[in-house]
Every structure is written in structure tokens, then in C-alpha cells.
Design a binder for this molecule. Structure first.
Ligand code: CA
Length: 528
């Protein structure tokens, strides 16, 4: 009798474990691995105990790479599982997401999931396939943000990361508890202008942050595409970026708190009036305080979500994923921002906790990418994959098994030019060790070969080194193979020498085919 009761109990437990798991996807904007203690960084910039908890209790992916290192395009890649040229969203300046193409959320809905997206969306068109959406318009504001609640404009008072945290918990509380759910909780932070929560101003007690070794990169021996940028701490950071000017949307009380922290420090800066390298050093310190305070606030809100799952008995059957739309430069090469194929902005954080499936504290070094996320979500939910995706499910990797045919290389293509940061369009291939990249327009036609083993800082090109001739040849062939695989038609001839005239386009080289992806409606550029 007891035995049969135990058997029934065991069966009941098994049945409940077989329910498709919930998915909580916590997504950040411009969060980079250097700012997370679980990834380790020689500068030890910040402790992120709550993000670290996901890594400790789950799997940390060490080489999650993006395919086009910029905000909107990465989000379109996640929705579709396809590269920018196939989903039609190439850049932030004038792309608008064509929401009639296949994306993963409607598939989840159809299979009985409740779906919700809260926070930053940034794709122009309205979210499709979500039962609930409460999003920031465009880039959104850090303080007192207007938001759009299922199509209706609303106004919130407070700090945006905390508001997104509040709305996330509120939705979890009010959801239909009979259904599995997919919740995307998407932060604006720590995007430029890195405006911190007022409660964390001075959290670092005026710590002096170690500078990256390449803060004063000379770019010698590199393509003009690398040296002639407009994203330098030296030449591009504005007074607003470094908080010499306050944002205009603070309440009087908030402004008072802001001034109490920044004004005495700004007065010292004005008195010293640093120039040249001293100015860069000062800006770097201010940048680190602000950026890291933004990350800290996200970390705290990650903690609130994890606590909620614990307290409500949801942790065991919920997959928690934390990632970002790309990495970011924290002074490396003298830069802020992203865009480049270089490691800091190419690599993005990815950590997954899935009790009973992922071995706690495990790490994975395979090349994975945002193009894999849609397939992964659908696999977790036991749904059919979308047609013609470029990515594949990460579930086997999470289970500790690497399929024999897992990718050894990844194709990359960045398009947005010339505004806002004058980073020339480039495409290339990434392997475990190498990157071969081609800067192909408007006034450059340069190749670079990076060898992360010999030159982890990526300050040197080995392209013209005869010892690398074979590597270059193999990687060029690999680019062609990958372009054919993902069907990106480059303007012929693919590999040219000698400059081509600038055609003035900030759009991609080829317009998407009619009727397929690529709502080409013009949209006003909004920030970066
Ligand atoms: Ca971003």
C-alpha cells in the first residue's frame, strides 16, 4: 500500500517535471562581460552577486558572440533566429522590424505558453506574439520613463531598471498560473548615457579604477577604419555623457540628489581643467562610476526576480537566462560603444540556470550566438523550430553534450555607417583563435587578421605576415562558405582590391527581396 502510494507520488512528480518549463529571459542593453564578476576581469571592476548566482547555479557560456554588434539588430536576430540580412533589420538608424515574418513568441503562444515582454524593445513596430507588453518607446529614458502598456501610453516615476523590475514581479504575480510562461524582462541599462540610480551615486566611494592596457591605443599598423572612428573617450564623449550636464527630466527632488553627488566633483574637474591624456583619464573614471552603477542596479533587480522565483516555488521548473544585445568597450582601444568585430563588443554575456538539466557551476567555451536563442527557447518549450533559421538549439550544450557538428566558425556583418560613430561596415569570420575581417566601404578596402592567441588585446593585424598566408586563404574560403550558407549576397566582386567610390548608403549592400523581410519604412534616427 505504502509502496503503491510512493509510486503514485513518484509518477506525479515525474509528470509535473515533464511540464514544459517556464522561461525567464533577462536581457540587458550594452552589458559587457568585463563588468560582471562571474566572468572575471583583471580590473575587478564590479561585484555582481545576483548575476553570478545564475552562473553558479547554472552554466556560463564564455563565447556567446553576436552577428552584428548593435542594439536593434541583435533584438531582431533573437526574435527570428536569423541574420540581419535575412530579417531585414540592419541598423538602428533606419530599420523597422517587419513583424509579419516568423518569430518564436507566436509559436510559444500556440503551444499554450503565456508570453510577456517588459522593458526595452527597440524594434520600431509593436511586439507581436506577446500576451502582455509594456515597453519603453525607442531607447527609453533612465528616469521617470514614459512607457507603452499594450499600446497605451503611460508614465512612471522612478528609475527605469527598478520600474522594469517592479513590472516584472507584478506580471509574474498576476499571470494565469495554470499555464507555463515565457517572460522577457529587458533592461535599458547600462546603455549610454549611463545614468545611474540616484541611490547608487557614489556607491564606489570615489574608487580609482584601473585603466585598460589599451586605453591609449595608437592603432599603428591598423586599417584607417580602426583609427578613424568617432567613438573615442578622447574625441566623442559629450558633457552629457560625463554628467557635466544633468538630464532634463529629473524631478526637483531627484535633481537635488543628482547635484549633491556630481556638482562638488564637477567643480573640481572645472578647476583642474584637464586636457589630453589627463582628460581621457578623468572621463574614464567618471564613465566607470556611471556605467558600473547602472550595472549594479540591474544586478539588484536580477536578485529580486530570483528571490521571487524561490519564494513562489517556481525556481525548479523555470529556466533563467541572462544575456545582453552585445558587449561593450570599457576603455579598451580608447573606446566606449560597440559595433566592432573585436572581442569586447563581439562577445556578450550568456548564463543559463535550469535545475535538473544544467550542472551547477558549469562553463561552456563553444561558439554560440544570439541566432541560437529562438531555436533554444522553442526547444526548451518542446515546440517545433521556426523554418529556415540560421541558429540551432543550445539545449544539448546545456545538457553537457557538444554535437559533433557544432559550429567551429561564425559569420559576422556590421552595416551602420556613417552615423553615429563612423565605424565602417565590415564583415568577417570568427574562429576559436582567429578573426579575418574585411572593411569594404566607403573609402577603405582593407583586410585584417587577428590572432587572439598571439595578441589577446587585438592591437595587431597579421594579414600581411607571410607565416599566416595559409590561414588567410582558409579563412577567406570559410567566409565564402558561410556567406553561401546564410545566403548573404555581397555586391560582386566579393573580394576586391582598390577603393570603390562611396555610394552614400547607410543601408545594407543589398535590399531584402520584396515580400520577404525588411520593412523599409524610414524611421527617424534616435540616438545610437
Ligand atoms: Ca545595445
Amino acid at each position: 500500500m505504502i509502496r503503491s502510494l510512493l509510486t503514485s507520488l513518484a509518477l506525479a512528480v515525474t509528470a509535473s517535471a515533464a511540464q514544459p518549463p517556464n522561461i525567464v529571459f533577462i536581457f540587458c542593453d550594452d552589458l559587457t562581460c568585463q563588468a560582471m564578476s562571474c566572468y572575471g576581469d583583471s580590473r575587478k571592476l564590479l561585484e555582481t552577486p545576483n548575476m553570478d548566482r545564475i552562473a553558479k547555479e547554472g552554466m556560463r557560456f564564455d563565447r556567446c558572440l553576436v552577428t552584428n554588434s548593435i542594439c536593434g539588430p541583435s533584438r531582431a536576430v533573437i526574435q527570428t533566429g536569423k541574420y540581419s540580412h535575412a530579417n531585414g533589420f540592419y541598423n538602428n538608424s533606419n530599420s523597422r522590424f517587419d513583424s509579419t515574418q516568423p518569430t518564436f513568441p507566436p509559436v510559444l503562444q500556440k503551444s499554450g505558453y503565456q508570453t510577456a515582454i517588459i522593458g526595452k524593445w527597440h524594434l520600431g513596430s509593436d511586439p507581436v506574439g506577446y500576451d502582455y507588453w509594456h515597453i519603453l518607446p525607442g531607447q527609453g529614458a533612465y528616469y521617470n520613463p514614459p512607457m507603452i502598456d499594450n499600446g497605451k501610453q503611460v508614465k512612471h516615476e522612478g528609475y527605469t531598471s527598478d520600474i522594469i523590475g517592479d513590472l516584472t514581479l507584478k506580471w509574474l504575480d498576476g499571470r494565469d498560473k495554470s499555464k507555463p510562461f515565457m517572460l522577457m524582462s529587458q533592461h535599458k541599462a547600462p546603455h549610454r548615457e549611463w545614468e545611474p540610480p540616484l541611490r547608487l551615486l557614489g556607491f564606489d566611494k570615489d574608487r580609482v579604477y584601473e585603466e585598460p592596457e589599451t586605453l591609449f591605443d595608437s592603432y599603428s599598423g591598423r586599417s584607417k577604419a580602426v583609427s578613424d572612428h568617432d567613438m573615442g573617450i578622447d574625441r566623442t564623449m559629450t558633457d552629457r555623457d560625463v554628467k557635466l550636464v544633468a538630464p532634463g527630466n529629473l524631478t526637483p527632488e531627484q535633481r537635488k540628489q543628482w547635484d549633491e553627488y556630481y556638482e562638488p566633483r564637477n567643480a573640481k574637474y572645472r578647476e583642474a581643467a584637464p586636457t589630453g591624456r589627463d582628460l581621457v583619464k578623468w572621463r574614464y573614471q567618471r564613465y566607470m562610476h556611471d556605467y558600473l552603477a547602472c550595472v549594479k542596479a540591474v544586478d539588484e533587480n536580477v536578485g529580486r526576480v530570483l528571490d521571487y522565483l524561490d519564494k513562489n516555488g517556481l525556481a525548479d521548473n523555470t529556466v533563467v537566462i541572462l544575456s545582453s544585445d552585445q558587449g561593450f568597450y570599457l576603455g579598451e582601444h580608447g573606446w566606449f560603444d560597440k559595433r566592432w568585430i573585436f572581442e569586447e563588443s563581439l562577445r556578450t554575456p550568456l548564463m543559463v540556470r535550469w535545475p535538473g538539466v544544467i550542472k551547477p557551476g558549469s562553463t561552456n567555451g563553444q561558439i554560440v550566438s544570439l541566432i541560437d536563442f529562438a531555436s533554444t527557447f522553442l526547444d526548451i518549450a518542446h515546440c517545433e523550430n521556426l523554418p529556415n533559421v540560421h541558429g540551432r538549439s543550445l539545449v544539448p550544450l546545456m545538457q553537457g553534450e557538444t554535437p559533433a557538428d557544432w559550429r567551429k566558425s561564425l559569420y559576422y556583418h556590421y552595416y551602420e555607417y556613417p552615423v553615429p560613430h563612423r565605424v565602417r561596415p565590415h564583415y568577417g569570420v570568427i574562429t576559436d583563435r582567429y578573426k579575418l575581417v574585411h572593411y569594404y566601404k566607403p573609402d577603405v578596402d582593407d583586410w585584417e587578421l587577428l590572432d587572439r592567441e598571439k595578441d589577446p588585446q587585438e592591437v595587431k593585424s597579421f594579414y600581411n605576415d607571410p607565416a599566416y598566408a595559409n590561414t588567410v586563404k582558409e579563412l577567406k574560403a570559410e567566409i565564402l562558405r558561410l556567406q553561401a550558407e546564410v545566403k548573404e549576397d555581397m555586391p560582386p566582386p566579393r573580394f576586391t582590391h582598390g577603393n570603390r567610390p562611396f555610394d552614400g548608403e547607410v543601408n545594407p549592400p543589398m535590399q531584402p527581396k520584396k515580400g520577404k523581410a525588411g520593412g523599409a519604412k524610414k524611421k527617424k534616427a534616435e540616438g545610437n
